[in-house]
Design a protein around this ligand. Structure first.
Ligand SMILES: Nc1nc2c(ncn2[C@@H]2O[C@H](COP(=O)(O)OP(=O)(O)O[C@H]3O[C@H](CO)[C@@H](O)[C@H](O)[C@@H]3O)[C@@H](O)[C@H]2O)c(=O)[nH]1
Length: 280
C-alpha cells in the first residue's frame, strides 16, 4: 500500500488512517448548492480576454460563490479589467487583489488563501483563468467536500477524466510528472499537479503556509503532499481539462526543474523519516 493512502479505492480517493471525517456518517455540508461559503481564487497574468468569460461562467453556474482575482500587474491590463468587472457586479461577488510584478502562481495562491481565511470562507478553490477548468464542474468538487473530504482535486487521470486539445507534448509531460511524483512520494493521488482543487479551510490553517516556498506548479504537489502528511482526507473527482484557446501557458524549464528536485527531496525525507532519520 502506498504511504498514507488506500490503493484499494478505484475511484481515486486517497484516504489516510488518522482521518476523523472518514468515520463521520453524516458530515455537515460546508458549502450550499449555489456555492455560498466558497471563495474561488483566480490568479491572473495576461488573461484579459479570458477573465470576463470565466467569471461570467462561474457566477452563472454558482451564483452564491465569491471570486478573488489575484493579478500580478499584468502588462495587458487584466488588473484594470478585473476592477471593472468587480464594480459591475451589483452583488459584490468579485474581489480583486493587485500585486506588484509577476510573483509566480504559488505566491499568488498563498496571498489569496490568506485573504480568504481572514474573510472567513469555509472552502477555498483554485481555478485557472483560461477556461482549462470548466466552472460548470466546480459543483462536483464542492459536493465531494460536503461529503467530508478535506482536499478535493479535479483530476484528469481518474476514470471519467478527460483532456481536450492538450498538445501531446504537454500531456506526456504532465503524465510523466504525476508518475514521478507517485513513485517518489509513494502517494496514490493520480493528478497531484492539477490546479483545479477545493480545500477546506482547516487544511490551509494546519499546513504551515508560511513555510511554503514553491514558486511554480510544484506548488500544487507541495500543498497536496503537506495535506496528505498532515492526515487530511484527499479525494479526486474526474474533470475535463481543455487547452486554453487564448493566451499562453506560463510553463517553463525552471518551473519543471523546481518540481523535479523538490519532489525528490520530499520523497527522500519521507523514506528516511520512516526509518527514524530526520534530515536537518
Ligand atoms: N498572478 C499570477 N498568475 C499566474 C502566474 N503564472 C501563471 N498564472 C496564472 O495561473 C493560471 C495557470 O497558468 P497557465 O500558465 O495557464 O497554466 P498551464 O500551463 O495551463 O498549467 C496548468 O497545468 C498545470 C500542470 O498540470 C497546473 O499545475 C496548473 O495549475 C495549470 O492548471 C492562469 O490563470 C495564469 O494566468 C503568476 O506569476 N502570477
Amino acid at each position: 500500500m502506498a504511504a498514507g493512502t488506500d490503493e484499494s479505492n478505484p475511484a481515486g480517493d486517497s484516504r489516510v488512517a488518522a482521518d476523523a471525517t472518514a468515520t463521520d456518517p453524516t458530515p455537515t455540508p460546508v458549502v450550499d448548492p449555489t456555492g455560498t461559503g466558497a471563495l474561488v481564487i483566480i490568479p491572473t497574468f495576461n488573461e484579459r480576454e479570458n477573465l470576463p468569460v470565466i467569471t461570467e461562467r462561474l457566477l452563472g453556474s454558482l451564483p452564491g460563490i465569491t471570486v478573488l482575482v489575484v493579478d500580478d500587474d499584468s502588462p495587458d491590463g487584466t488588473g484594470d479589467l478585473a476592477d471593472r468587472l468587480a464594480a459591475d457586479d451589483p452583488a459584490g461577488r468579485i474581489k480583486v487583489m493587485h500585486r506588484t510584478g509577476k510573483g509566480g502562481l504559488g505566491t499568488a495562491y498563498l496571498a489569496g488563501f490568506r485573504q480568504g481565511l481572514d474573510d472567513g470562507f469555509q472552502v477555498l478553490v483554485e481555478m485557472d483563468a483560461d477556461g482549462s477548468h470548466a466552472p460548470e464542474q466546480l459543483s462536483r468538487l464542492l459536493e465531494k467536500v460536503n461529503e467530508g473530504y478535506d482536499l478535493v482535486i479535479g483530476s484528469r487521470y481518474v476514470p471519467g477524466g478527460e483532456l481536450v486539445n492538450w498538445p501531446r507534448r504537454r500531456e506526456l509531460l504532465s503524465r510523466g510528472a504525476n508518475l514521478y511524483a507517485r513513485l517518489a512520494l509513494g502517494s496514490s493521488v493520480h493528478d497531484i499537479t492539477a490546479g483545479y482543487r477545493a480545500y477546506r479551510r482547516a487544511v490551509l490553517e494546519k499546513i504551515a503556509l508560511d513555510t511554503v516556498d514553491s514558486q511554480g506548479y510544484c506548488f500544487q504537489i507541495d500543498l497536496a503532499w503537506r495535506a496528505l502528511q498532515a492526515g487530511f482526507r484527499v479525494g479526486e473527482v474526474p474533470i475535463t481539462f481543455t487547452e486554453r484557446e487564448i493566451g499562453e501557458s506560463k510553463m517553463s524549464g525552471s518551473v519543471m526543474g523546481e518540481a523535479f528536485f523538490k519532489v525528490a527531496r520530499w520523497g527522500l525525507d519521507h523514506r528516511l523519516e520512516k526509518v527514524g532519520i530526520k534530515r536537518v
